[in-house]
Design a protein around this ligand. Structure first.
Ligand code: ATP
Length: 235
């Protein structure tokens, strides 16, 4: 994926200054930066949910060009009369929600991948944070995407849940998928990501995570995590 001077302006407000970068296919790419820096804005622009200036081009040597998007976690109204099963089917453009008596192998596969079989009859608004994250991830996986755009997929998820999601995303990568993931946890970035884009009003750095880390450290940026003293080399 090539970003060529991609910028987002909303009502004359520059949310993202012109940013250019290349994200190679089959890679796991992290996006990090301070709160309000424009990370979600960039991801939404890539997903086609926000108008942008400049060009975003995607090349798909093998796949169908499907993109799955997992938005940032937001609470659902507890009184919403929608079950997890309905919610997932609403996200499938292949099958109308009223056809619930028919099984769709793609929906079944996504549900199984994130292990939410036990949640299907629960109301979406009653789920815990970690459960909601897994449901949103199932929706992103529905159309068997070649690329996943993930806005903090591990936020609010406990250690065991994180390990499950990381394994799932690792499997997605191993099968040839490309990941673009907003993440605040340096340990996860260090362990998982091939590259890291640092967004602070625009793209300020795009490099191996350890290189970005060292540059941030030497620049004494306020967003630098004081509890982290070193990054091991990414294998
Ligand atoms: N539709 C919009 N209209 C106006 N301003 C917006 C809009 N969407 C986002 N913003 C503003 O743009 C800035 C960047 O927001 P964005 O959500 O992209 O940041 P972020 O880096 O993802 O932050 P966080 O880490 O807190 O999630 C923020 O100041 C936000 O208030």
């Amino acid at each position: 994926m090539l970003l060529d001077k991609v910028a987002v302006v909303v009502q004359n407000n520059p949310l993202l200054t012109p940013s250019s970068a290349t994200f190679f296919g089959g890679g796991w790419h992290g996006i990090a930066g301070p709160n309000g820096g424009g990370k979600s804005t960039l991801l939404k622009a890539i997903a086609g949910l926000l108008n942008h200036r400049g060009n975003i081009s995607l090349q798909w040597p093998k796949g169908k060009g499907e993109v799955g998007y997992m938005p940032q976690l937001s609470p659902f109204d507890a009184s919403l009369p929608i079950t997890v099963s309905d919610f997932i089917r609403l996200h499938s453009d292949k099958q109308p929600v009223w056809q619930r008596y028919k099984t769709d192998p793609k929906i079944e596969a996504a549900i199984e991948k994130v292990s939410i079989q036990a949640l299907l009859k629960k109301r979406i608004g009653t789920l815990s944070t970690g459960e909601r994250q897994r449901v949103l991830l199932a929706c992103a996986l529905l159309n068997e995407p070649d690329m996943l755009l993930l806005d903090e997929p591990m936020a609010g998820v406990d250690k065991q849940g994180r390990e499950q999601i990381i394994q799932l995303l690792q499997d997605f990568k191993n099968s040839g998928g490309t990941l673009i993931m907003i993440e605040h946890d340096w340990q996860i970035i260090q362990d998982c990501c091939d590259s890291l884009a640092w967004i602070d009003g625009g793209l300020k750095d795009h490099n191996a995570p350890s290189v970005v880390f060292e540059q941030l450290k030497s620049a004494h940026l306020s967003a630098f995590p004081s509890n982290v003293t070193e990054l091991k080399h990414v294998s």
